[in-house]
Design a protein around this ligand. Structure first.
Ligand SMILES: NC(=O)c1ccc[n+]([C@@H]2O[C@H](COP(=O)([O-])OP(=O)(O)OC[C@H]3O[C@@H](n4cnc5c(N)ncnc54)[C@H](OP(=O)(O)O)[C@@H]3O)[C@@H](O)[C@H]2O)c1
Length: 294
C-alpha cells in the first residue's frame, strides 16, 4: 500500500493518478475540505485527516509499505513549522513504527543553500537531515518550480496578453513538468538506483524568466505586455504587512527567496535523472501546449 500525503495538491494528485494507472493500491491523505473526487474515482482509498494531528498521521500509516510525502503549507491549512516541518517529522516517526519500507520526500531545489529568510526551505532542510538519519530507506527529490504553476498565468495571458514578472527578468530557472516529477516520485520506491539518493529535479532547459512571456506569446500568437515591477515593491509590501501581521511577513520570506534567486539544474543533474528513471524530461512549452490544447 502506498500512502500519498498532499494527495489533492498539484503534484499529489498526479502521483495518485500515476500509481492507479499501474493499479497499485493507494491511500490518499486528504482533508475534509480538499477536492478529492477524482482520487476516489480512480480507486484510491480516501483517508480524511489533518496533518497537524499526529494521531491522524499514525492512523494513516497503518498497513502502509511506501510513503510519498508531497504535502505543503499554505496560509489556510497550516504554517511551514506545522506542515512542512512537524508533519513530516511525525510521518517519519510513524513510518518507523509501522515498518514502512521506503519514503519519498519532496523537498525543494536550493534547500542546501542556507537561506535564513525562507521558512519552507529551512523546514525542508531539517526534514531531509532527519530522514537521512532515521534508518529508513528513502529518496529525496529537490524540484525547481512546477510547470503547473504557469497554467493560471497562461490562462490570464490568453485573455489579456498581460504577464506580471516581479524582479530581475534575467534570473534563470529550469521549470519542471509536474507530470515528469510525479512519475519520478511514483517510481522512486521501486527503483533500486533511487534508494538513499537525493535528486535535483528540473526541466531539460535553463530559461531566463523573460523567456516565459515569450513562450506564452508563441503559444497564443500574441505579443506579450510585460509588467515588471522591481523586487523592492514586494519588500515594501512586506514591511507594511509586518506592522499588521508579523507571521504573514515571515511567510513572504519564502516567496522573496524564490523571486530573488536562480533555481536551475546542471546538464549532469538532468542526465542523471533521465538515466535513473528512463525518461526524457519535457520542455515547458510542450507541457503548456498539452494542457492548454493549442
Ligand atoms: N509548486 C512548486 O513550484 C514547488 C516547487 C518546489 C517544491 N515544491 C514542493 O512540492 C510539494 C507539492 O507542491 P504542490 O504545488 O503540489 O502543493 P499544493 O498544490 O499546494 O498542495 C499542497 C497539499 O498539501 C495539503 N495540505 C496542506 N495542509 C494540510 C493539512 N493540514 N492536512 C492535510 N493536508 C494538507 C493540501 O490539501 P488541500 O488540497 O486540502 O489544501 C494539498 O493537497 C510541496 O511540498 C512543495 O513545497 C513545490
Amino acid at each position: 500500500m502506498y500512502l500519498v500525503t498532499g494527495a489533492s495538491g498539484d503534484l499529489g494528485r498526479r502521483v495518485v493518478r500515476r500509481l492507479r494507472e499501474q493499479e497499485l493500491p493507494v491511500r490518499a491523505f486528504v482533508q475534509l475540505t480538499s477536492r478529492y473526487g477524482e482520487l476516489e474515482q480512480r480507486g484510491a482509498e480516501i483517508f480524511i485527516g489533518d496533518l497537524r494531528q499526529e494521531r491522524d498521521i499514525q492512523k494513516a500509516c497503518q498497513g502502509v509499505d511506501y510513503i510519498i510525502s508531497t504535502h505543503g503549507s499554505n496560509a489556510s491549512t497550516g504554517s511551514p513549522q506545522a506542515i512542512d516541518y512537524r508533519a513530516n517529522i511525525d510521518l517519519i516517526d510513524a513510518a518507523k513504527i509501522a515498518g514502512v519500507q521506503h519514503i519519498t520526500f519532496v523537498s525543494v531545489l536550493g534547500v542546501d543553500r542556507g537561506y535564513e529568510d525562507a521558512p519552507v526551505f529551512k523546514a525542508k532542510w531539517a526534514v531531509e537531515q532527519y530522514l537521512q538519519a532515521s534508518g529508513l530507506n528513502y529518496t529525496i527529490l529537490r524540484p525547481s518550480g512546477f510547470a503547473s504553476n504557469l497554467l493560471p498565468l497562461a490562462e490570464r495571458f490568453r485573455q489579456t496578453g498581460i504577464y506580471l514578472q516581479i524582479g530581475d527578468p534575467k534570473i534563470r530557472t529550469s521549470i519542471v513538468s509536474t507530470d515528469d516529477l510525479a512519475k519520478i516520485a511514483a517510481e522512486s520506491a521501486s527503483n533500486p538506483d533511487a534508494s538513499r539518493q537525493i535528486f535535483a529535479v528540473g526541466g531539460p532547459e535553463v530559461l531566463e524568466r523573460s523567456q516565459i512571456p515569450q513562450i506564452f506569446g508563441r503559444i497564443f500568437n500574441r505579443d506579450p505586455i510585460v509588467i515588471n515591477p522591481p523586487l523592492l515593491v514586494l519588500d515594501g509590501v512586506r514591511t507594511v504587512l509586518g506592522l499588521l501581521n508579523p507571521e504573514a511577513q515571515k511567510s513572504l520570506g519564502t516567496l522573496r527567496t524564490l523571486l530573488a534567486n536562480e533555481f536551475f539544474c546542471s546538464p549532469a543533474e538532468i542526465d542523471r535523472l533521465q538515466t535513473t528513471f528512463g525518461l526524457q524530461m519535457e520542455t515547458v512549452e510542450s507541457y503548456l501546449r498539452r494542457y492548454l490544447s493549442v
